[in-house]
Design a protein around this ligand. Structure first.
Ligand code: SAH
Ligand code: SF4
Length: 337
């Protein structure tokens, strides 16, 4: 599909077919500024070139299998891809704008023990266009603009690194979706070599790390990726990333009742990230019927929050959104299979 190509790749293609570079920019703007859904709407492009584009690329839309609106306005989409696989995107509305959570893979191979997305393993990576089209299509369906993107849907973005980076390029590009890099966040379970690669990327996109445990023993159990890249290597990569980019890192920490939510855990967490330019985002667990894990009660979550706050670390306790529509990543998809 034509959404697979960032502007530089489109220019390269145009040069190959002996077309002028500026034509590629024109086509790109038709796609992302004027939001056309049919090649024939590109009125300043000559027929011969249009025919070439039509024979080489598709300009698709996903089939919308489900659109679920939660009582708090959170909306979840189940999209069907060309090959009948399904993916999810979740739109969250805040006072300050609209945030969309996008998917990067069909399933996930990391297999964290609390996560519905990992249940079925990874079937395939999404293409660049399949990542970008989630944003375009939600904006089209709802007739609004998405101001923030969180790359935290189904899949491990750093296990589909190149496509995710190209999708970010299109989202961020002035001639593309033009969403500020600081309004885009990508979350990883901790693929350490890719954190180093990410530090070298030219854009100022936010990095979030799914931490969820403060000892190797527990993290090995919750996230088996920890057996490949342990906490020491992960924290070192974050330190190096912060030093190189001057950017802050977010640590995500799901509170799991009786597993990682004691006062001792809160202190360990504070010790682990002390001195880093980082902040902690505490996440209420969305229970998944296939797993035993339970959500920490509100009172206990606030106690955990207070301990970290008192230690001088920036911390937020995430609002619960869309619980009634299975908003946790992968939950809707796994229910539909
Ligand atoms: N694979 C990446 C990004 C997608 S998951 C990663 O793991 O970071 C995005 C976030 O949702 C992660 O922090 C993940 O741990 C969390 N998550 C997964 N299942 C959840 C659930 N049932 N409830 C709350 N958060 C969940
Ligand atoms: Fe994959 Fe992230 Fe879910 Fe772990 S939490 S299984 S890395 S999607």
């Amino acid at each position: 599909m034509i959404y697979d190509l960032p502007l530089d790749d489109l220019i390269e293609y145009f040069e190959k077919i002996n077309e002028k570079k500026f034509r590629a920019s024109q086509v790109f703007e038709w796609l992302y500024k004027k939001r056309i859904s049919n090649f024939d709407e590109m009125t300043n492009i000559k027929k011969e070139l249009l025919d070439k584009l039509k024979s080489n690329f598709t300009l698709p839309r996903f089939n919308v299998i489900e659109r679920l609106v939660s009582s708090d306005g959170t909306t979840k989409y189940l999209f069907e891809l060309d090959d009948k696989n399904t993916i999810e995107a979740v739109l969250m509305k805040y006072q300050w704008g609209n945030s969309l959570c996008v998917t990067t893979q069909v399933g996930c191979n990391i297999g964290c023990s609390f996560c519905a997305s990992g249940l079925l393993g990874k079937y395939r990576d999404l293409t660049v266009g399949e990542i970008v089209l989630q944003v375009l299509q939600v904006e089209e369906i709802e007739d609004l603009r998405v101001s923030n993107i969180v790359i935290m849907g189904i899949g491990e973005p750093f296990d589909n690194y190149d496509n995710t980076m190209k999708a970010i390029n299109i989202m961020n590009h002035p001639k593309g979706l033009e969403i500020g890099a600081r309004h885009i966040s990508v979350s990883t379970s901790g693929l350490v070599p890719k954190i180093y690669d990410f530090a070298d990327e030219p854009f100022q996109v936010n990095l979030a790390i799914s931490l969820h445990a403060t000892t190797d023993e527990l993290r090995d159990e919750l996230m088996k990726i920890n057996k490949t890249y342990n906490l020491e290597e992960l924290i070192k990569a974050c330190k190096d990333y912060i030093a190189k980019t001057n950017r802050r890192v977010t640590f995500e920490y799901i509170l799991l009742k009786g597993v990682n939510d004691s006062a001792a855990h809160a202190n360990q967490l504070s010790n682990l990230i002390r001195g880093l330019n980082a902040y902690v985002n505490l996440i209420p667990y969305n229970e998944v019927s296939e797993f035993e894990f339970k959500r920490t009660d509100k009172k206990k979550a606030l106690e955990f929050y207070d301990i970290i706050k008192k230690r001088g670390i920036n911390v937020t306790l995430r609002q619960e959104k869309g619980i009634d529509i299975f908003a946790a990543c992968g939950q809707l998809r796994s229910k539909s299979m």
